[in-house]
Design a binder for this molecule. Structure first.
Ligand SMILES: NC(=O)c1ccc[n+]([C@@H]2O[C@H](COP(=O)([O-])OP(=O)(O)OC[C@H]3O[C@@H](n4cnc5c(N)ncnc54)[C@H](OP(=O)(O)O)[C@@H]3O)[C@@H](O)[C@H]2O)c1
Length: 278
């Protein structure tokens, strides 16, 4: 099914879970619209988008003679950067904040899977810590992850730890976005980090201007981007847009039947959920 040339997605399907590779995310099974060809439609769409990108690339190259040279130079730069990041054992040491979280656990596992010495900085366990988090941390340890318990306020400890690693990834929960200033401060003092990825992983906040509630949400993440730049730390900001498996449940609450719903804006816009892979 298409709307204005986009596949419109509806989410009751196993294939979506597989595409997102979040098998344990529970999708509620009340369908909005059943559409059996969804997966196929998405793949066709992805292929079409890739084809369009190749065409755009070709046009850019034809119109601007220096474009291909600049692209090649950028490729060389990326290769140099990657080589530089790899330590003597051929891998870089990665420290992850928020590694026990919804996204973080995949980062930790991917890092180990790719052979990087991996460190997770996690709040000290308390009587209220969930058994599933404790199990997860044990699982990490069994995989070879070094777990360091601590608070973000422990500046000296953070500096000492950061001095031992090459890359810092923060996947802290959204309410802790501002607390990343403490990580940025520690990275500045340690002065050895080759790349920092702050907890972004959503919209490209420097390019979108949504309605007020979401605008405030993005503003906090923008401030962390600016603080990272001002600190002169090499960074990568990751824009992943929205994960349907998360937002369908979180925003649309398909499993709840309500008498009232909040409608932002004029209420006249047609709400459609679009899933685009690249
Ligand atoms: N694009 C999307 O659709 C999408 C979806 C989900 C998330 N995101 C983004 O991805 C990032 C990570 O989100 P997430 O959902 O993975 O985070 P999360 O699971 O809610 O939390 C991540 C971790 O933050 C740590 N944390 C530190 N201090 C905390 C505190 N005081 N309270 C609670 N947690 C604390 C916890 O690790 P320890 O207990 O081990 O310290 C927790 O496991 C956020 O920036 C979020 O906006 C984007």
């Amino acid at each position: 099914m298409e709307k204005n040339g986009f596949p419109v997605a509806f989410i009751d399907s196993e294939p979506i879970q597989k595409l997102f590779r979040f098998p344990e995310t529970k999708l509620h099974r009340q369908p909005f619209i059943k559409y059996k060809g969804l997966e196929e439609s998405l793949y066709i769409y992805i292929e079409r988008e890739r084809e369009r990108e190749r065409e755009r690339e070709q046009i850019r190259g034809d119109q601007c003679p220096g474009h291909k040279d600049r692209e090649r130079e950028r490729d060389r730069e990326r290769q140099r950067e990657r080589a530089e990041m790899e330590s003597s054992e051929g891998k870089c040491k990665i420290l992850i904040f928020g590694g026990s979280g919804y996204l973080g656990k995949y980062m930790v596992k991917a890092s180990i899977f790719l052979g990087h010495p991996t460190y997770v900085y996690s709040r000290p366990p308390t009587a209220k810590t969930s058994p599933s988090k404790i199990d997860l941390l044990h699982e990490f340890q069994a995989m070879g992850v070094s777990i360091i318990h601590g608070e973000l306020e422990e500046h000296e400890k953070l500096v000492r730890l950061i001095k031992q690693v090459d890359v810092v990834i923060s996947v802290l929960a959204y309410p802790q976005v501002f607390e990343q200033l403490k990580i940025i401060d520690a990275i500045k003092v340690a002065d050895n980090v080759k790349r920092f990825l702050p907890s972004d992983f959503g919209c490209e906040e420097d390019r979108v201007n949504p309605l007020p509630p979401f605008q405030q949400f993005l503003e906090k993440k923008r401030k962390i981007r600016r603080a990272t730049e001002e600190a002169g730390i090499p960074y990568t900001f990751v824009s992943a847009n929205c994960f349907a498996s998360y937002f369908v449940n979180y925003l649309l609450n398909p499993h709840e039947i309500r008498d009232n719903i909040n409608v932002y804006g004029s209420g006249k816009a047609n709400g459609i959920l679009i899933i685009v892979f690249s």
